[in-house]
Design a protein around this ligand. Structure first.
Ligand SMILES: Cc1ncc(COP(=O)(O)O)c(C=O)c1O
Length: 436
């Protein structure tokens, strides 16, 4: 067990953070110092196997030599440039993203929420330009997550996130995932866009069926609405394919990407098809920091590294291996509900709060994430290997099923009390409300 509190420096950093940073994240009582591959190291030198993966950003792990080299080289040349000037990498990256997705053009921004804002504006301006001013409806999924800014929050299908900030954007409706009847009833001629996360990530890791995606495509065509996929979390190789929607055969009108794209330097992208290429027009949209030469160069290095190291195949293999073990565990413990997901976007639902399990795992050198209170979510680096998974499963199994005769984590009560009896608990809640 690690005792994070032994380190006076870490203690001071945690204290200062708690006094200076707004308390919106249910943080863990540890201070990280550096990372290497699939591991993070804290300020005491403890090593952690990172299955949280920077919430999906660290697809190439930490300090990947190619990313470090590209970052250092580009930092010495050109980091930021006014978007009015051209440089080599934004167009080159756009060309690659379009070739991978079959779409036509790209608008860059910084974070995922900002790209979702762009998509919503695009849908509405497209509808106004081509149809009527009353065609502004957005249909999204219940339990979806699209971000924290006003537009993206308004289309996020979880009331708990919107509640304190209303009113949000009007003319947004939500349907249950995979409910064709609700979808058919919600999409009308007044719909500007249908917005779907092909795998609900923060919503608890729920893949959307191909049938539902196909129906959304058919309804969008029938009602001249746009079909937009938010693949900020599930895209760019996370499922073992470049995009989660690929296998469905359904082509969206617009696609939103983010998280791993800039290798940790903020970069998101809104990709659109031919008919939307000129929808914004001059000076109708923008982002000062979006698509910087540094971020785009890293985007290219990220894509090229995934290709050169054959990482899509690795994600498919290690994802299947991890899934199999999570399924076995879920079915063998009394608190297990199910394991689900695709590639290296996996979740294991249990009948109890999962935060104590994540905290116990942290105390044993394993980082996992919790969503929806009772789902352990795994978003590790694409570099993860079977041997890492064996280590992780040993820890998780030991915590959840310390006594293989069937005693649950809850019954066995407390791995936590050994490693985590911090004098000042950082998290007051068993839930993890701000974890996306
Ligand atoms: C599917 C999806 N959309 C949008 C966002 C928002 O992205 P960001 O936090 O970069 O603004 C996230 C973040 O987790 C996400 O998973």
């Amino acid at each position: 067990m690690f005792d994070f509190r032994q380190n006076a420096d870490a203690h001071q950093i945690l204290r200062r953070d708690s006094e200076t940073l707004l308390p919106v994240y249910a943080r863990y009582p540890v201070v990280m110092d550096h990372g290497e591959g699939v591991h993070l190291f804290d300020t005491s030198g403890n090593r952690y196997l990172d299955l949280m993966g920077g919430l999906g950003v660290n697809a190439l792990g930490h300090a990947h030599p190619r990313m470090v080299q590209a970052m250092a080289d580009q930092a010495g040349k050109l980091v930021h440039l006014s978007p009015q000037y051209a440089s080599r990498y934004p167009g080159e990256l756009a060309e690659r993203l379009c070739a991978l997705s079959g779409l036509k053009g790209v608008f860059y921004s910084t974070g995922g929420s900002e790209a979702v804002e762009g998509a919503l504006k695009l849908a509405r301006t497209h509808a106004r330009q081509n149809f009527t001013h009353s065609k502004h409806g957005i249909v999204a999924l219940r339990n979806s997550y699209h971000g924290r800014t006003y537009g993206s929050l308004s289309v996020t299908g979880q009331e708990k996130y919107r509640l304190d900030f209303g009113p949000g954007l009007p003319h947004v409706s939500f349907v249950d995932r995979d409910n064709l009847e609700q979808l058919r009833a919600a999409v009308t001629d007044g719909t500007a866009a249908i917005l779907i996360e092909p795998i609900l990530g923060e919503g608890g890791v729920h893949p959307i069926s191909d049938v539902f995606l196909a129906e959304a495509r058919a309804l969008a065509d029938q009602h001249q609405a746009l079909l937009i996929f938010d693949e900020i979390q599930c895209g760019l190789g996370r499922t073992g394919e470049w995009f989660a929607y690929t296998r469905s055969g359904v082509q969206p009108d617009a696609l939103i990407l983010g998280k791993p794209l800039g290798g940790g330097i903020p970069l998101s992208a809104l990709l659109v098809n031919e008919k939307l290429f000129n929808a914004f027009g001059l000076a109708k949209h923008g982002s000062t920091l979006g698509g910087s030469p540094l971020a785009c160069r890293l985007g290219l290095e990220f894509l090229q590294t995934v290709e050169d190291e054959d990482l899509l195949a690795r994600v498919a293999d290690s994802g299947a291996y991890l899934m199999e073990q999570l399924r076995q565990l879920a079915s063998s413990i009394s608190i297990g509900v199910e394991a689900r997901g695709r590639g290296l976007l996996l979740g294991m639902e249990i009948t109890e709060p999962a935060r104590p399990i994540a905290e116990a795992a942290l105390a044993q050198g394993l980082l996992v994430n919790v969503v929806q209170g009772n789902v352990l979510r795994f978003l590790p680096s694409f570099l993860l290997q079977r041997k890492d998974i064996d280590v992780a499963m040993k820890v998780i199994t030991g915590i959840m099923n310390p006594n293989p005769s069937g005693t649950s984590f809850h019954d066995a009560g407390h791995v936590l009390s050994k490693g985590m009896s911090a004098s000042e608990p950082i998290s007051q809640s068993a839930l993890e409300p701000a974890s996306v």
